[in-house]
Design a binder for this molecule. Sequence first.
Ligand SMILES: Nc1ncnc2c1ncn2[C@@H]1O[C@H](COP(=O)(O)OP(=O)(O)O)[C@@H](O)[C@H]1O
Ligand SMILES: [Mg+2]
Length: 282
Amino acid sequence: MDEENREEDFESFEDSEIDEDIADKYSAEDTRNLEKNKIDKRRIKKKDQTSIHLAVDSVFDERTIFLLRKLLDKQIIGEFIGIINAGKEANVYLAYDKDENEIAIKIYKIDSNTSRWMRNYIIGDPRFKKIGRNPAQIIFLWAKKEYKNLKLAYRAGLSVPRPIYVNKNVLIMEYIGEGATPAPLLKSLKHLEDPETLFNVVYDFIKRLYKAGLVHGDLSEFNILLIAQRPVVIDISQGVSVDHPKSDQFLIRDLKNVFNYFEKYGIKTPKIENAFYEIIEN
Ligand SMILES: Nc1ncnc2c1ncn2[C@@H]1O[C@H](COP(=O)(O)OP(=O)(O)O)[C@@H](O)[C@H]1O
Ligand SMILES: [Mg+2]
């Protein structure tokens, strides 16, 4: 990865202000399509925006509903299809963008218990300068952190969903799945066709992510999707910079989780200590 991109990804998070100019979040081509879309917009059948009621109204606060309405109005989201997963901190939805391409929307719940533990991962990361105490602000920062971590990993050529958009507690990314069926987690698979190759790819992911400047921090069979025999790593919000004081601890934990999982499939894995030093010294 070139230095310039890296610089940009490590830019300070000081500005808690949310950038609403979507143009710079898209590639040049996307921007051209957006322009084109402005012209085509009148011709596109207006989506039934009440679909949002069915999908999310009961779970989210007013602010979030308001933001989702705005994203529907601006056609950043075309239509909600259904829920993929309801978690403690966030729900993930399958939706369409304006061109009916599938997208995954992760919506963080604004909750003060969640924001309290999030602070631990944010404090110490050199990318974050000022951290407020306001739960909403911390959660917005968290979503932005996941977006930035995804962007960094994606640009380094790693197998993660392509980040598309972030605004406050809403993160939009590439949907990993086929049609309406989301890709399964490694955790939910009973049988692996080629565990050895899979192990090598995931191990290589850890090494390359470190080289790109990050440690995932919650890597395990619970956060790896498998599509066409290819692993895609998700849930990188707690990912920390390699300069974070706890990055070593997180790296060891990631290695342990991944090694333990593949050992169950009879894979011979390196010693954690050797793997750890190999990664940090390279
Ligand atoms: N981009 C995606 N495409 C398809 N499914 C996804 C995607 N991101 C997340 N999911 C699904 O949603 C679940 C929760 O997402 P995740 O990011 O792991 O959040 P958390 O574990 O914090 O609730 C995942 O286990 C996966 O099943
Ligand atoms: Mg997860």
